[in-house]
Design a binder for this molecule. Structure first.
Ligand code: NAD
Ligand code: 6OD
Length: 486
């Protein structure tokens, strides 16, 4: 039986309590292995190791030496590409072609981009004349914040974890990572990479477990942690922000969304249909940036609904390695229960089910997996639960609109503010909409197209702070001003 251990101070260790939990493959519910659950003792050890490492060889590296080490981490992830791929696919069930094009390459790229960023980041300086006629020169230096707690979700495990570990290490911090209990494998594998390329013990640590009363809560409430970076549900973000308040520790929060797409009658219809298909169904709808509300200008409403229906019905579920597979399962049976409860609620609320709404027939052992059908609804009021609440499944509600003003009003009528996408060939209109839709991320005639130098994050209840490029430096460093009088 495979054992997935904590990684603390450069060593793989079990927990003193001997507590373990199951890691299951959502494709067929088979057991991948047993995960060692960190208790307060292991979290304490990990934070102590991370603190000690700040003052050891890691803290003495020049920026160039650190950058070279992070480049080596990226190189080693790429060298062990298949190991990461197999581990990620087993934990999530996602198609291999998706993980091999998105999750694993971005896992490596996240170290490279922030190595480049820190090498080239400038800080401000000012000169002024003092009242006694001399000169005062101020300059800012960036210093690491210290020990960073990194708490991660399960939907893009390696990508989202390295999105935070990359900049944290580039800035000279040390980290304690708490991966999702659903997807513990790639964070653990990264420990092997760190050892291989000579990252000093204690710089990168991993503790496994759950949230409340487990590793997540022990870590975020630990007063040895200097900053908490979190990706996950808005409700969990609230708990994490409260934990950060004790000891005045800063938090960076990338949270949930209920993202809208706007499709105007003058769009390139093929681009709009193909891209909305991706934004609704990719990763089985488990992408924070994904679309769950689609607003379509009335003249093309029926045609668009029919085209998206055809795409949804063409999404063949299957094994990750099968090249014909277009959609994997949800991450777990528990998440499937949640998504199916929304499928039922949509019907109770009077939706027209355009397609899907249930569980697909899967052959043999796949029938035990966490599969759901890609689903489209129409005909619901904007007050319906499936139009307001984040479902995080392969589903959307499509609503017609008549005017730009009406589309903006419906789009903004949500407590969330993560992402949107706008489909039109009228770039004046697109720019106007981009100014008025209340989100952190806006795509025009595209979706999830990433330039890692740009600011990434959500507004309203979708998050606090921005990461990406130099914006990550704001969270992962303290800016210290030095003034010299001469
Ligand atoms: P989640 O909030 O349930 O869990 C995320 C992590 O937090 C897990 O590691 C979990 O163990 C831990 N956790 C839970 N409760 C905790 C607590 N009280 N204290 C400390 N840690 C705790 O989220 P999830 O279900 O893993 O992920 C899906 C959610 O993540 C969706 O809402 C999605 O929109 C969001 N998400 C947002 C972004 C973004 O960039 N904005 C990206 C990906 C996912
Ligand atoms: O691309 C990224 O950097 C990023 N953080 C993506 C988030 C996707 C959410 O599921």
């Amino acid at each position: 039986m495979k054992e997935i251990l904590n990684f603390i101070n450069g060593e793989f260790i079990g927990s003193a309590s001997g507590k373990t939990f199951e890691n299951r493959n959502p494709v067929d519910n088979s057991l991948i292995g047993m995960v060692s659950e960190a208790g307060a003792v292991e979290v304490d050890k990990a934070v102590a190791a991370a603190r000690a490492a700040l003052h050891g060889p890691w803290g003495k590296l020049s920026v160039n030496e650190r950058v070279n080490m992070l480049d080596a981490v990226a190189g080693e992830i790429n060298r062990r590409f298949d190991d990461f791929l197999q581990a990620e696919v087993a934990d999530t069930g996602k198609p291999i072609h998706l993980a091999s094009h998105v999750d694993i390459p971005r896992g490596a790229a996240n170290f490279k981009i922030f190595a480049d960023t820190i090498k080239n980041a400038a800080t401000e300086s000012f000169s002024m004349t003092t009242p006694d006629g001399r000169t005062a020169l101020s300059y800012a230096v960036r210093v690491p914040r210290g020990v960073i707690a990194v708490v991660c979700p399960w939907n893009l495990p390696l990508l989202l974890m390295t999105w935070k570990v990359g900049p944290a290490l580039a800035c000279g911090n040390t980290v304690v990572v708490k991966p999702s209990e659903e997807t513990p494998s790639t964070a653990t594998l990264l420990g092997e990479v760190m050892n291989k390329v000579g990252v000093p013990p204690g710089v990168y640590n991993v503790v496994h477990g759950f949230g409340p009363n487990s590793a997540g809560a022990f870590l975020t409430s630990h007063q040895g942690v200097n900053g908490i970076t979190f990706t996950g549900e808005t409700r969990t973000g609230t708990a994490i922000m409260k934990a950060g308040a004790e000891g005045i520790r800063p938090v960076s929060l990338e949270l949930g969304g209920k993202n809208a797409a706007f499709v105007f009658a003058d769009c390139d219809f093929g681009v709009a249909v193909d891209t909305v298909t991706r934004s609704v169904f990719e990763n089985c709808g488990q992408v924070c940036l994904g679309t769950e509300r689609v607003y379509v200008e009335r003249p093309i409403f029926e045609r668009f609904v029919a085209a998206l229906k055809e795409k949804a019905e063409g999404m063949k579920p299957g094994r990750p390695a099968d090249p014909d597979t277009k959609i994997g399962p949800l991450v777990s049976q528990e998440h499937r229960q949640k998504v199916l409860s929304y499928y039922r609620k949509a019907v109770e609320e009077g939706a027209t089910v355009v397609t899907g709404g249930g569980i697909p027939d899967m052959p043999g052992e796949l029938s035990a997996g966490a599969w759901v059908q890609p689903t489209i609804w129409t005909g619901l009021p904007e007050t319906a639960a499936v139009v307001r609440e984040e479902i995080f499944g392969p589903c959307c509600h499509i609503q017609p609109f008549d005017t730009e003003e009406e589309a903006i009003r419906m789009g903004n009528d949500t407590p969330y503010g993560l992402a949107t996408s706008i489909y039109t060939q009228d770039l004046s209109r697109a720019s106007r909409m981009a100014q008025r839709i209340e989100v952190g991320l806006c795509w025009i005639n595209s979706w999830f197209l990433r330039d890692l130098r740009t600011a990434f994050g959500g507004s309203k209840q979708s998050g606090i702070g921005r990461e990406g490029g130099v914006h990550s430096l704001e969270f992962y460093t303290e800016l210290r001003n030095v003034m010299t009088k001469f």
